[in-house]
Design a protein around this ligand. Structure first.
Ligand SMILES: [Fe+2]
Ligand SMILES: [Fe+2]
Length: 210
């Protein structure tokens, strides 16, 4: 994962903020909740990829990439379910954290920017997931090597996924427009995390606990 870009414009692929190390340290004792959420996130990620398959005027190669991405998210979903079962943790329903919903509020209302924005929001979610999975893998390596390895494995896939979404967005509009929208959306994403309340969630905020 590229480091956060704190310069004036946020380059495509970069995040506008870095998660502080204390974030993952505060969640070391909350692994069961994190794993339940992870299963929900993987299922949603697969559904989002399938949704793009129907809506994006992609090339045949990009359609294959999106299809493979959707399948990989389902593999992640199944792997997370196996981890939950092995630990005797129920895959219980979970209310959304508010992160994705708040990210989507910055999506343009008219086409084609709307579809570009939706792809870039998906890319930002993948990029942030990768960054935070790396933080969790480092924080858990001594207390829970199995889950640390799980997050490290997932992180490498999510990093590829964010590149795929940025590339597909680049096929819809000029490169300058992708750069402009990424910078706007990345700054919005950082602000969403800064203001969301802290929670045992992969995309939990950096604000006060409720
Ligand atoms: Fe995934
Ligand atoms: Fe992903």
């Amino acid at each position: 994962m590229l480091p956060a870009d704190t310069d004036h414009a946020v380059a495509p692929g970069r995040l506008a903020s870095s998660t502080p190390p204390a974030w993952a340290r505060s969640l070391v004792g909350r692994v069961p909740e994190l794993l339940v959420e992870q299963a929900h996130l993987e299922k949603k990620a697969a559904a989002a990829a399938v949704n793009f398959l129907f809506r994006v005027p992609a090339t045949p190669a990009q359609h294959r990439e999106l299809s493979a991405l959707a399948r990989e998210e389902l593999v992640h979903f199944e792997r997370t379910l196996r981890l939950l079962a092995a630990r005797g943790i129920a895959f219980a329903p979970l209310a959304p954290s508010g992160y994705a919903e708040r990210l989507k509020r910055a999506v343009a209302s008219t086409m084609p920017t709307r579809l570009v924005d939706e792809l870039l929001v998906a890319a930002l979610i993948e990029a942030r997931s990768c960054e935070r999975m790396g933080c969790l893998a480092a924080a858990l390596c001594e207390s829970d090597a199995e889950v640390a390895g799980f997050y490290a494995d997932l992180c490498t896939a999510e990093e590829r996924h964010h590149v795929t979404y940025v590339e597909i967005a680049g096929g819809l509009v000029a490169a300058d427009e992708v750069r402009r929208r990424w910078s706007v959306l990345a700054r919005h994403e950082a602000e969403v995390l800064r203001t969301l309340p802290a929670a045992a969630r992969l995309h939990g905020g950096l604000g006060e606990s409720p």
